[in-house]
Design a protein around this ligand. Structure first.
Ligand code: ZN
Length: 117
């Protein structure tokens, strides 16, 4: 198991992921992900794996369409650190670019066809 420290750009939002080593990432072609351009974790992290360390007060949430996904972003620097879904509460997919020690562009990146969902 590895522990990854995560943060937005300005550092107001800090989180931690404890999980198996991260060797892959994913991108998505849906209307919001294609605009954000982030490389995200290949899976969602749940309780015992994802922990928001600080910055809950700095987070805002963007929802659109069917409004089932909570796209979190830092109100100060605008960075997207993670999102979760109301259908899977407590399960977070994270922005790998926010994790210390992870070079997201060096990973195998799979593409999710979110546009078709
Ligand atoms: Zn920030």
């Amino acid at each position: 198991m590895n522990t990854y420290q995560g943060s937005c750009h300005c550092g107001a939002v800090r989180f931690r992921v404890t999980a198996e080593p991260i060797t892959t990432g994913c991108r998505c072609n849906c209307s919001i992900c294609v605009r954000k351009g982030s490389v995200m974790s290949s899976r969602y992290y749940g309780s015992g794996e994802f922990e928001l360390v600080s910055g809950a007060e700095a987070l805002s949430v963007y929802r659109f369409g069917d409004r089932v996904v909570n796209h979190a972003f830092c109100m100060h620097c605008g960075v997207y650190p993670f999102h979760d879904a109301t259908v899977k509460p407590g399960q977070y997919r994270v922005n790998l670019g926010c994790l210390e020690g992870v070079d997201p562009l060096a990973l195998r990146i799979d593409v999710i066809d979110g546009r078709s969902f």
